[in-house]
Design a protein around this ligand. Structure first.
Ligand code: IMP
Ligand code: MG
Length: 175
């Protein structure tokens, strides 16, 4: 049985997330922001990112499904939990664990834009550009990676491995 191969250690992740936070701090200096986390994968990233930002911030969460319980998208996005609060005229940072086909984020961008936020930015810890189906770009990206199925730091395979502190590659025999 092969092991999970570590792609980014918790130290590497912490370093990069702090840099992303510093960028958001600078871009929104003197303003208030709402971090909108996409459940469940983004919750750990949001927790760390938000704590590296010193602005006046609130949290909200949104949930949608596109993956079912497997590893690959079924190509259709469904809203499971909407925002709790109005984002009209607010600065929204949409926080996502990984930008893959782009189906989820293009759907959510449209949904949130309809509520007329003052600004809407996307923060994605990981980006797999080679998998893109919809032309979505993140404003803040942690790491660009090739087409591996990754787990840990909030990301799952069939709901497991979210609590690994590092990010690893799931070996094919564990699929
Ligand atoms: P997209 O709609 O295809 O961009 O997919 C986005 C969602 O798919 C992310 O929020 C993740 O939950 C999930 N996802 C995509 N790639 C991976 C991966 O390599 N590991 C774990 N989850 C993934
Ligand atoms: Mg997700």
């Amino acid at each position: 049985m092969s092991e999970i191969k570590i792609l980014y250690t918790r130290e590497q992740i912490a370093q990069r997330v702090a840099e992303m936070g510093a960028q958001i701090n600078a871009d929104f200096s003197g303003q208030t922001i709402i971090f909108v986390g996409i459940l469940k994968g983004a919750c750990i990233f949001l927790s760390d990112l938000a704590r590296s930002v010193q602005l006046d911030a609130t949290f909200d969460f949104i949930s949608c499904s596109s993956y079912g319980k497997g590893a690959r998208s079924i190509g259709e996005v469904k809203l499971i939990k909407d925002l709790d609060q109005s984002v009209q005229d607010k600065n929204v940072i949409l926080v996502e664990d990984i930008l893959d086909t782009g189906l989820t984020l293009s759907y959510l961008k449209k949904l949130i834009s309809a509520h007329q936020p003052r600004a809407m930015k996307i923060a994605a810890l990981l980006d797999k550009p080679s998998r893109r189906v919809q032309p979505v770009k993140a404003d803040y990206t942690g790491f660009e990676i090739p087409d591996h199925f990754v787990i840990g730091y909030g990301m799952d395979y069939a709901e497991r491995y979210r609590n690994l502190p590092s990010i690893g590659i799931l070996p094919p025999e564990l699929f």
